[in-house]
Design a protein around this ligand. Structure first.
Ligand code: NAD
Ligand code: MG
Ligand code: MG
Ligand code: MG
Ligand code: MG
Ligand code: MG
Length: 339
């Protein structure tokens, strides 16, 4: 089994007298900055003027331009949207890094796909929490943490791994466990997971089930409950105790249906297509498409997004959720982005 590190396995001295710039104050940024400060670290926030800036100032941070924050800091954590990192790096980060500084990321995309090529005289590491930023913050406040992956791309000081681990400890991740990875593994598995299973696979499965029932003449409201609403209840059971725990809870009829029909839905052909998706990720084909799509101001992304938001399941869902106020707990509503 791979080694999982906890608080007692980690030396934090290496980060203690360093200044940390958190660049970006969104989902991950606010959580890292607040948790690190409460763990006793010296944190500045780097941002462009706007809504996030106001929020960071209200939270009591010294907020500077990205260039200024980077020049003050020893460790720079880049928590901008992945699509904007390259431009901000080129314009405001690169020339303000000093030899022996460290630059860090919460996702390996831009380093792995060479959109950012860091100077050779800085450490480069990754601390990727395996959960949305608002959970990284909320669990820390509750005395716990969200597990994280850490990895080193470039180690010039000889301390890059220790720095990454101390950072992971600072955001609370070592309370839950920290696992070692590489930029390549984190990037490729993260992209595959969200495309094939968590986001792409799941939304397509839900919609196909919903459409099959409604096209056969069943009520959309009933189809919504069966194919979407109940998903969370099932996933919670799997999260708590694996597939076995879920199957223990459901009726034996449901379990027999799982065994008899599940493999007819997701079969060897599906798996072969999953392998194609993985190949596109590994070869950089997916990255290239996404980078070009952004350069063209997202024509396809926006068109598909509009169409998806008008799907019947979204309209029915909106009406039904109005009748179920318990579904929308305030915090969950804000945790919009599990990426
Ligand atoms: P986000 O969109 O929530 O926040 C981005 C922040 O960057 C905002 O504060 C925004 O104001 C600021 N920003 C945007 N453009 C800027 C610019 N040009 N100059 C200065 N500031 C700018 O982003 P996020 O979801 O927190 O993602 C940050 C990183 O964390 C990404 O690498 C992402 O892959 C990674 N990550 C995110 C999650 C998650 O739960 N959202 C989970 C794991 C890893
Ligand atoms: Mg992920
Ligand atoms: Mg049922
Ligand atoms: Mg059972
Ligand atoms: Mg989004
Ligand atoms: Mg992702």
């Amino acid at each position: 089994m791979t080694k999982v590190r906890y608080e007692n396995d980690i030396q934090t001295e290496v980060l203690k007298d360093k200044k940390i710039a958190v660049v970006g104050y969104g989902s991950q940024g606010h959580a890292h900055a607040l948790n690190l400060r409460e763990s006793g670290y010296d944190v500045v926030v780097g941002l462009r003027p706007g809504k996030s800036q106001q929020k960071a100032e209200e939270d009591g941070f010294d907020v500077h331009s990205v260039a200024e924050a980077v020049s003050q800091a020893d460790v720079v954590m880049v928590l901008l949207p992945d699509e904007h990192q390259t431009a901000v790096y080129t314009e405001s980060i690169k020339s303000n890094l000093q030899p022996g500084n460290a630059i860090a990321f919460a996702h390996g995309f831009n380093i792995h796909f060479s959109q950012i090529v860091p100077p050779e005289d800085v450490d480069v590491f990754l601390v990727a929490p395996k959960g949305p930023g608002h959970l990284v913050r909320r669990t820390y406040e509750g005395g716990a943490g969200v597990p994280a992956l850490f990895g080193v791309y470039q180690d010039v000081t000889g301390n890059a791994a220790e720095l990454a681990l101390a950072y992971a400890q600072g955001i609370g991740a070592a309370r839950a466990g920290v696992l070692e990875t590489t930029f390549q593994e984190e990037t490729e598995t993260d992209l595959f997971g969200e495309q094939a299973v968590l986001c792409g696979g799941l939304t397509s499965l839900i919609k196909a089930g919903f459409e099959t029932l409604t096209e056969a003449g069943y009520q959309p409201e009933v189809a919504y409950f069966e194919c979407l609403h109940e998903m969370k209840l099932i996933v919670d059971l799997i999260y708590e105790g694996g597939l076995e725990n879920m199957r223990y809870s459901i009726s034996d009829t449901a379990q027999w249906g799982d065994f008899a029909s599940g493999p007819r839905i997701v079969d060897e052909d599906t798996k072969a297509r999953m392998k194609e998706v993985l190949t596109d990720i590994q070869t950089g084909e997916f990255a290239k498409g996404w980078i070009l799509e952004n350069q063209a101001n997202r024509p396809k992304f926006n068109a598909i997004n509009k169409k998806e938001n008008n799907h019947q399941i979204e309209k029915v869902g909106k009406e039904l959720r109005e009748l179920m106020p318990f579904v929308k707990q305030p915090l969950q509503a804000k945790q919009s982005k599990q990426k």
